[in-house]
Design a protein around this ligand. Structure first.
Ligand code: PLP
Length: 417
């Protein structure tokens, strides 16, 4: 994937790491124009850096968006994406089956900012989900393929609901990546990523990204999105939609949120992310091929209690996956061994090649028991709401030889009856 970096005569073939906090100008006037947003140019890496921008441009191209930015983590990306349109007294609606970290951020931490989130069952009908909307609702949020339940979002349904209520649909597209799904083509307005996962792909760097489709008409809703459509006193009274058109959302998130909160990705991490992105299309294909074979193996094994993988024809989300991700979803499988939670843990402890790590979606196969690990802070009821069964094992199928992966699973299954 060569988008983003376009070297010309004699320039480096590979994107350089602009490992510089700052950028030099010849006159004080030149610098002043940058701060007034009258000229574009780099001045301080907390706001923008050429390495980061090049990588953001690559992700933007992959998603088919108009503008994008990198953040220091997926958490920062999701926080900025929502906080860019919500402030104290506002409300947003979110699918309940999202990643545990996001669930905590939205349900608990953002509440302390005076922003309320209502979690809804993503599989409910349009009327039921619509009932969660209020006059102060500013966004609808969901994950294309959820972590760790691997359920599939009906993006078109969510887009219809969001747009009927005059709010943007924000979709966390971390698991399928734009290689397997481009949510903008189905009506999503903003896409976020934890680039920590498949995009980096090698478990080297925590990072995030936000991409704007440019499709949501902020000005069409009066002052509902006044942060974008009325003058920003912290930027000389500039109005983002007027000054930046389709790039308004990302410009505001950069000029305001990144400036003030500073969750920038380091240029070195962005460089590593870029290397990952160059092979993303190959890796995703292999992840999906391997996961399909592993899922079929598990589904046919009598020691397995249940399995969620939308590549299986019997899976509840197979039809949605076929529609939105005909080339496969991702390499993550959720399943449980028979004999309850203890058996699941015994199985995990006997895996050899497949490592127990708090990670998912990288080149090496890994495994986690969310109820004991990532989702430990959630109550049983919250676990159920989040689609995390107490016995759920999250298996992230890597790009190794699939025979080796299955052999490891097979030997570990011997330790449960
Ligand atoms: C991991 C993850 C996040 C959080 O990303 P970090 O980079 O760990 O901050 C958000 N959403 C999804 C779907 C994830 O898998």
């Amino acid at each position: 994937m060569q988008e983003g970096w376009h070297p010309t005569k004699g320039e480096p073939r590979i994107l350089p790491i602009y490992q510089s906090t700052t950028f030099k100008y010849d006159t004080s006037e030149q610098m002043a124009r940058l701060f007034d947003l009258k000229d574009s140019g780099y001045f301080y890496t907390r706001l923008q850096n050429p390495t980061n921008d090049t990588v953001a441009a690559k992700i933007t191209a992959l998603e088919g968006g108009v503008a994008g930015m990198l953040t220091s983590s997926g958490q920062a990306a999701n926080f900025y994406a929502v906080f860019n349109v919500c402030e104290t007294g506002d409300h947003f609606v979110c699918a309940s089956t999202i990643y545990g970290g996001t669930y905590n951020l939205f349900g608990i931490t953002m509440k302390k900012f005076g922003i309320e989130c209502t979690f809804v069952d993503a599989d409910a009908d349009e009327e039921t989900i619509s009932a969660a909307f209020r006059p102060n609702t500013k966004a609808l949020f969901g994950e294309t393929v959820t972590n760790p339940g691997v359920t599939v979002l009906d993006i078109e349904k969510f887009a219809r609901i969001a747009h009927r209520h005059g709010v943007p649909l924000i979709v966390d597209n971390t698991f399928p990546t734009p290689i397997n799904c481009r949510p903008f083509e189905w009506g999503a307005d903003i896409v976020t990523h934890s680039t920590t996962k498949y995009m980096d792909g090698h478990a080297t760097s925590v990072g995030g990204a936000i991409v704007d489709s440019g499709n949501f008409d902020w000005d069409a809703y009066g002052d509902k999105f006044h942060g974008l459509t009325t003058p920003d006193p912290s930027y000389h009274g500039l109005t983002y939609t007027k000054a930046f058109g389709k790039a308004a959302f990302i410009t505001k998130a950069t000029a305001q949120l990144m400036r003030d909160m500073g969750s920038i990705q380091s240029p070195f991490d962005a460089f590593l992310l870029n290397l990952g992105l160059e092979t993303l299309h190959l890796r995703m294909q292999r992840h999906c091929e391997n996961a399909q074979k592993v899922a079929e193996y598990l589904a046919a094994n009598p020691k397995i209690a249940w399995i969620n993988y939308s590549g299986l024809k019997t899976d509840k989300y197979h039809a949605l996956a076929e529609k939105y991700m005909p080339n496969g979803t991702c390499g993550v499988i959720a399943f449980a061994t028979k004999g309850s939670r203890e058996a699941s843990l015994r199985f995990i402890d006997h895996l050899k090649m497949i490592a127990i790590v708090t990670h998912v979606a990288d080149a090496r196969s890994c495994v986690l028991h969310p109820a004991s690990h990532t989702h430990r802070q959630l109550s049983d009821e919250q676990l159920r709401e989040a689609g995390v069964a107490p016995d759920l094992i999250r298996l992230s199928v890597g790009i190794e030889n699939v025979g080796d992966i299955i052999a490891d699973i097979e030997q570990a299954l011997q330790y449960i009856n």
